[in-house]
Design a protein around this ligand. Structure first.
Ligand SMILES: [Mg+2]
Length: 147
């Protein structure tokens, strides 16, 4: 008999853990959002600038990217364009986050290749909804988050 209950050979394989690449140069904000997403069952990896985001997208092949647009070294628009232009990463959904409220920014985000645009401060329930929808996971684990 299993002693720890960890061997359930006949059970279905565990659901694919969705890996989210969270790109934000604000470490406190990144850490807070990382913890909240981890509590919802996502595996979260981080990047603090656009260049690092492009590198991690290639090396880690996340299921989805949450991209702050205002970043040092390389901004989120350029990082998004590079991710879209690379055969290794072009299919990864990208949710743009920006504190800007200009209508222009929404258009710029979409033109750069983002799938969705959300404004800061983050509406967590709305963000999780977008992750599940863009990741094809809608309804997978009860999307009615309590935050
Ligand atoms: Mg920023």
């Amino acid at each position: 008999m299993s002693t720890a209950g960890s061997h359930t050979a006949s059970a279905a394989p565990p659901p694919h853990p969705t890996t989210v690449l969270l790109v934000d140069d604000n470490e406190l904000g990144r850490d807070m959002l990382t913890r909240r997403l981890a509590r919802r069952g996502f595996r979260v990896i981080g990047a603090a600038d656009g260049l690092e985001a492009v590198a991690r997208a290639i090396s880690d092949q996340p299921d989805l990217i949450i991209m702050d647009m205002s970043l040092p070294v390389m901004d989120g628009w350029e990082a998004t364009r590079r991710i879209r232009a690379d055969a290794r990463t072009w299919t990864i959904p990208i949710i743009a986050l920006t504190a800007h409220v200009m209508a222009d920014d929404r258009v710029r985000c979409l033109e750069a290749g983002c799938d969705e645009f959300q404004s800061k401060p983050v509406d967590f329930i709305r963000l999780v909804d977008a992750i599940l929808r863009l990741g094809g996971l809608e309804g997978a684990d009860g999307a009615e988050a309590k935050g």
